[in-house]
Design a protein around this ligand. Structure first.
Ligand code: EPU
Length: 416
């Protein structure tokens, strides 16, 4: 099994370019099958989650062509088949196909989606939306049969601003009869990216990026070309790395306002950075002070950057508090971080207290999930000696060419 080996403590300079957003691309590709003509999407990241979606598209008899970072999708011969359980289980975003197939065919059969085991991650809000649009939902163990004679616009209040439920509701209602209103919708930039994509095909979606989204159903979606937005979580991960090891390190092709919750905390801790229109340049300082974070839906501090932020906090003087409010099990990286020399106590899987600054030592560690893996990788980059990370399939699900990007700026990192 592949591992990543890192020799720590090397300073990083030069430029890292950010790829397209995983959590946008994994929704845009299933959204594309709603189109009645051919669509092209550019700035697709080279990550294994996209390979998993491509496998599903091929299974559904859709024509997909991938060249460099662009995909062309022709769904004119798509078949509404049940996606096999092992394909659905590979990633969370497989259930966006459920929504698109439902929107297109008014009937879908599918298994519960996969994704990192960072909490329970129920899909009750998505099912509530399907029912509200007029579908019946039959659940057989972990298999779902969703059927509607007709999908009719409706008002749906989400109990929490769920990214997945918001996107699923948009996908299922874009061709429904009449008007759908989503209240307490999620406001993440990825949702705006998906709504804009559908609008370029002729959909009528208003309010994406606010907590009320209105969708007027249309009958036909025409051809379109669209670009994936920069990955704010990848960008944030490299900005954290730059704060620890940068020597004039520039993180390029990002949207700074998308990671303001992170950069404002780094600045509060003492990081000096130059924020441009689409880049951030950072040189690491010797001393940082402890700061507290609490994860929240966008525009709050993103849960996906909580784990990558932990290694930074181990290097801050004083006691930092991290409160995780989105997932029940997102501190699995702490065990190995402490083995490397950190001083972190976790209470009720909700709150972590980090006492710093503590030097870290290279060790053999494990990636327990995607962002937990990124967190271990950052620990390894700042540790004395060599660290080997196993289970790296998680990291490769979400970080495009991470070893190459870091080697290019001076890290001693290799895939073995
Ligand atoms: N929730 C429910 N019921 C629902 C839906 C959500 O209880 O029907 C709960 C979840 O259990 C969770 C919270 O609401 O506690 C938020 O879940 P949300 O639906 O917003 O998350 P998601 O759509 O499953 C996406 C990203 C995650 C990211 C979250 C939050 C994708 C494919 N995944 O997940 O990304 O953490 O939004 O921003 O877009 C990652 O990239 O590492 C990752 C896990």
């Amino acid at each position: 099994m592949a591992k990543i080996k890192i020799e720590g403590k090397h300073k990083l300079s030069g430029e890292i370019c950010i790829s397209g957003a995983k959590n946008s691309a994994v929704a845009l590709i299933p959204a594309a099958i709603l189109c009645d003509e051919i669509v092209k999407i550019s700035n697709i990241p080279n990550i294994s989650d996209i390979d998993s979606l491509e496998e599903i598209l091929v299974y559904l008899n859709t024509k997909i062509e991938r060249t460099n970072d662009t995909v062309t999708i022709d769904s004119s011969k798509i078949e509404n088949k049940e996606i096999p359980e092992e394909m659905s289980q590979k990633l969370r975003a497989s259930y966006y196909f459920m929504a698109s197939l439902l929107g297109k065919f008014k009937h879908v059969e599918m298994y519960f989606p996969g994704g990192c085991t960072i909490g329970e991650r129920p899909i009750d809000q998505t099912l509530k939306a399907y029912r509200s649009l007029g579908a019946t939902v039959t659940i057989e163990d972990n298999r779902y049969i969703v059927d509607a004679k007709e999908l009719k616009g409706s008002k749906i209040y989400l109990d929490m601003p769920s990214v997945g439920a918001t996107i699923n509701t948009i996908l299922a209602s874009v061709k429904a009869k009449g008007k759908t209103i989503i209240e307490n919708a999620a406001k993440e930039p990825e949702i705006v990216n998906v709504a804009t994509f559908l609008n370029t095909m002729g959909a009528k979606i208003k309010g994406a990026g606010t907590n009320v989204i209105t969708i007027m159903g249309v009958d036909y979606l025409h051809k379109s070309f669209h670009e994936v937005i920069p990955d704010r979580i990848e960008a944030g991960t490299y900005v954290i790395i730059g704060s620890l090891l940068g020597e004039n390190l520039t993180i390029n092709k990002l949207i700074p306002s998308h990671i303001e919750a992170l950069t404002s905390k780094l600045i509060e801790a003492g990081v000096n950075m130059t924020i441009g229109d689409d880049y951030i340049t950072i040189s690491a300082a010797d001393n940082y002070k402890a700061v507290d974070i609490k994860t929240l839906p966008y525009p709050g501090f993103p849960t996906d950057l909580q784990q990558p932020f932990i290694p930074f906090l181990t290097q801050c003087r004083g006691i930092s508090t991290v409160e995780e409010t989105i997932y029940e099990n997102r501190f699995q990286n702490i065990y190995d971080t402490n083995r490397m020399g950190a001083n972190i106590i976790v209470k009720n899987n909700r709150i972590a207290k980090i006492k710093g600054a503590t030097p870290l030592q290279g060790k053999n560690v494990t990636a327990t999930d995607l962002r937990g893996g990124a967190s271990m990788l950052i620990c390894a980059l700042i540790a004395d000696g060599t660290t080997t990370i196993d289970n790296i399939k998680y990291i490769l699900r979400g970080y495009d060419n991470i070893c190459e990007k870091l080697s290019k700026v001076g890290a001693k990192i290799e895939l073995i």
